[in-house]
Ligand binder design. Structure first.
Ligand SMILES: [Zn+2]
Length: 297
């Protein structure tokens, strides 16, 4: 099992360490795979990488090969070998059918616009998108539990709808504008509906948006909590672990975070679909009006 986990780590590293020398050597010796879903392997060479790839072919996790658990997330299309803006054709179209197919392909791609964040690779089983041998081993052994998949337990005393939003956001399954663009759904703009500054992603809305930062800062001052520094959605969900106090205090802080996330997302939706202002005052106002929360504090 340890070997399988280390093998998976090699596959992951090949994907993400594009600039490293060892990766370039492998690519030079074994060529480039033209598919996102597979890795290069030159059968004529008898080298370590070939052995790694032959093992990769045999190891199945939840019935799938390791590379099937790695997903390419399209951003601005500027990273990697498969740059969609600069196709690297092996030959020009050679028949009327191929010319027609190329024309259709170009028309369909013409309706797609890409986000202003970089392309990236994600390890699908982990909400953070990062590979870990620990999680890999648990999946392979079938000992995965809810806590491994979700960064936080649900807070029992906040409404279920808030916990559901948290789970969906942690899995990048809420309809941010970037997510809609990724699914080829037409949106009038891909910038954040709250601040209007950068591409609307889960991480941006809840950790980097100037509107939500004001909400976090004011909430921390109000609840006498340490300053809030988050670089990803997962950091938000881990925040309660960093505050002092007993278990009940941490649970209350966890609840504050969950409810604040829900209020931020609600304000975002009301700004788009209703007549909400979507500013920090409005969000803090809705937090203030949640009687159940004030009673608990
Ligand atoms: Zn924003």
């Amino acid at each position: 099992m340890v070997n399988d986990a280390l093998l998976a780590k090699w596959v992951w590293r090949y994907r993400v360490e594009e600039e490293n020398i060892w990766r370039r050597v492998v690519t030079t010796c074994h060529g480039r795979s033209r598919k996102w879903s597979s890795l290069p392997s030159n059968p004529a060479l008898s080298r370590v990488w070939k052995n790694i790839m032959s093992m990769e072919f045999k190891v199945l996790v939840e019935g799938k090969r390791i590379h099937n658990h790695i997903k390419g997330v399209l951003g601005d299309g500027s990273e990697g070998e498969e740059d969609i803006k600069n196709w690297k054709w092996t030959r020009p179209p050679s028949s009327p059918d191929e010319v027609s197919e190329l024309g259709n392909c170009s028309v369909q791609l013409g309706g797609i616009f890409t986000a202003s964040v970089k392309d990236k690779w994600m390890w699908k089983p982990d909400v953070s998108g990062q590979f870990s041998t620990k999680l890999f081993t648990r999946i392979a052994l079938g000992t995965l539990n809810e806590e491994d998949l979700y960064p936080t337990k649900s807070c029992g005393w906040v409404p279920a709808k808030c916990n559901i939003l948290i789970w969906r956001a942690a899995l990048d399954r809420i309809p941010t504008r970037q997510a809609l663009v990724r699914r080829n759904i037409a949106v009038e703009s891909y910038v954040c509906a709250l601040c209007g500054e950068v591409t609307e992603t889960v991480d941006h809305i809840f950790t980097a948006c100037s509107i939500s930062l004001k909400v976090w800062n004011r909430s921390c001052v109000w609840a006498k909590l340490p300053p809030f520094f988050a670089f990803s959605f997962k950091d938000i969900l881990d925040y309660h672990k960093s505050v002092g106090g007993d278990k009940k205090t941490k649970e209350l802080v966890c609840g504050l975070v969950v409810v604040a996330v829900w209020c931020i997302w609600k304000a975002r939706n009301e700004k788009i679909f209703a007549d909400g202002r979507g500013d920090s005052e409005e969000i803090l106002g809705s937090l203030d009006h949640l009687d159940f929360f004030l009673v608990k504090m």
